[in-house]
Ligand binder design. Structure first.
Ligand code: SF4
Length: 192
């Protein structure tokens, strides 16, 4: 069985998800093919993506496509762009209604094999702190990592999560849209 199908069949977190407020079942959203030149390393599907089975089919996805300067057809072209979150399933909500962090079990079970199958990608876009920690070994804050983007470009651009929850962060850090995004869009166009 191919790796993509193995992950789609994974039910390791069934009990964990059953115990959340949404009591849902695992539904791994797997979106990659070897040969993609760009890797978007997200956090985990939200409730809408859990329903659609396709990554970033929500307002966060709209904002992310806008940041990257990509239309939907290009964004979802698996021959060019792989989308590999730190958890393949929707983790559920905590008591405050916030998304639970992706289970480390997912990363520990699948990530090495996924990265080996993807091979050498030319551009990595870790989205949010969980992905930054994995792909950059970053220990500090998200703002520190993103502000230091020039140290990693053009191979990697650290990004905040495009969720509406980060709208205040975007207002506080105008250099992100003024400096980082134009550079990143140019890099993406070079690769596509
Ligand atoms: S989150 Fe990952 S480890 Fe857990 S059931 Fe989904 S694919 Fe399996």
């Amino acid at each position: 069985m191919c790796l993509v199908q193995e992950i789609k069949n994974c039910r390791l977190c069934a009990e964990r998800f059953k115990a959340t407020a949404t009591a849902h079942s695992p539904r791994p959203v797997v979106w990659f093919r070897p040969g993609a030149r760009i890797l978007i390393a997200g956090q985990a599907p939200g409730a809408r993506v859990h329903q659609s089975g396709r990554p970033f089919t929500d307002p966060s996805g709209e904002r992310l496509r806008d940041w990257l300067g990509l239309d939907e057809a290009t964004f979802y072209d698996q021959d060019r762009i792989a989308i590999v979150p730190m958890g393949f399933c929707f983790p559920g909500y905590d008591a405050k209604g916030s998304d639970i962090a992706p289970p480390a079990l997912c990363r520990n079970t699948w990530h090495e094999r996924v990265m080996a199958e993807l091979g050498e990608v030319e551009l990595i876009l870790p989205v949010g702190l969980h992905a930054l920690r994995y792909h950059l070994g970053h220990k500090g804050s998200l703002t520190e990592a993103v502000a230091n983007w020039r140290a990693h470009a053009p191979r990697l651009y650290p990004l905040p999560h495009p969720s509406w929850r980060n709208t205040a962060w975007l207002r506080k850090n105008p250099w992100f849209e003024a400096d980082l995004l134009p550079d990143l869009r140019a890099r993406i166009q070079e690769l596509l």
